[in-house]
Design a protein around this ligand. Structure first.
Ligand code: SF4
Length: 231
């Protein structure tokens, strides 16, 4: 199905991908790209390991300019196509007309509502009819991901296969790979942003803070998920 890459780190990715793709066969498997450094590593590996996997991204309408720059750099580097999915216009208009542009700061229900409209619903559309998807999730990323498996059954999307090839990678391993391969990482990372989501819900962290401390910083750690990765 694909060529072998010979390092311990990438060997594990190859095995996880191989098993996951076989589990999903003969259906279509897609890669969800949020332009994180993990996603860049996976996209780079996919060019050799599984180039048939197509890439999709969700444009919430609230992303940083720097994130769009990463998307453009990927297009230049790999000549690939990114299948963008945007929120439903009517629903988004209703939200902004009724609740304004920062309702997500008011309470957890409003935050979940915004994430549902801007992220979860477009994700559902992106995954409709697919047999599986690939994500850049890692166990060490947050308190909500410590028991993450390399391959899961995604019950929230019709029991399709969910493949997490970097599940066991450390921060250092991800960054070593990205640096060695000169990947076009988001320049916000060098300004104190280890984890980058929508602009109004992401801030730089201070030395010693958890890597996810800059995401929805007004909420408790156990709430810091946007609904894209439901159990
Ligand atoms: S991260 Fe913030 S702006 Fe983005 S969809 Fe969620 S609540 Fe809305």
């Amino acid at each position: 199905m694909y060529k072998t890459i010979s390092s311990d780190k990438t060997k594990m990715v190859e095995e996880i991908l191989s098993t996951g793709l076989q589990k999903a066969a003969p259906g279509d498997v897609v890669m969800a790209c949020s332009f994180s450094v993990e996603d860049l590593v996976i996209i780079d590996l996919l060019q050799e390991l599984a180039p048939q996997v197509s890439i999709f991204a969700i444009d919430t309408g609230r992303l940083h300019e720097e994130t769009y720059e990463v998307a453009e750099a990927l297009l230049q580097k790999y000549q690939l196509q990114i299948n963008w999915h945007l929120p439903q216009t009517e629903t988004l208009q209703e939200l902004e007309r009724e609740k304004g542009l920062f309702s997500f700061r008011e309470n957890l229900d409003n935050r979940h509502e915004c994430c549902h409209i801007r992220k979860v619903e477009p994700l559902n559309r992106a995954l409709a009819g697919k047999a599986g998807w690939i994500t850049g999730q890692r166990r060490s990323q947050s308190a909500t991901r410590t028991t993450l498996a390399d391959i899961e059954t995604d019950r929230a999307h019709g029991d399709i296969v969910k493949i997490n090839p970097l599940v066991d990678w450390s921060d250092e391993q991800v960054w070593d790979y990205a640096t060695a391969r000169r990947l076009p990482v988001n320049r916000l990372h060098s300004q104190g942003y280890p984890s980058i989501g929508c602009a109004p819900c992401t801030r730089a962290i201070k030395p010693g803070e958890d890597v996810r401390a800059g995401r929805w910083w007004w909420e408790n750690p156990e709430h810091k998920e946007c609904g894209l990765h439901r159990p």
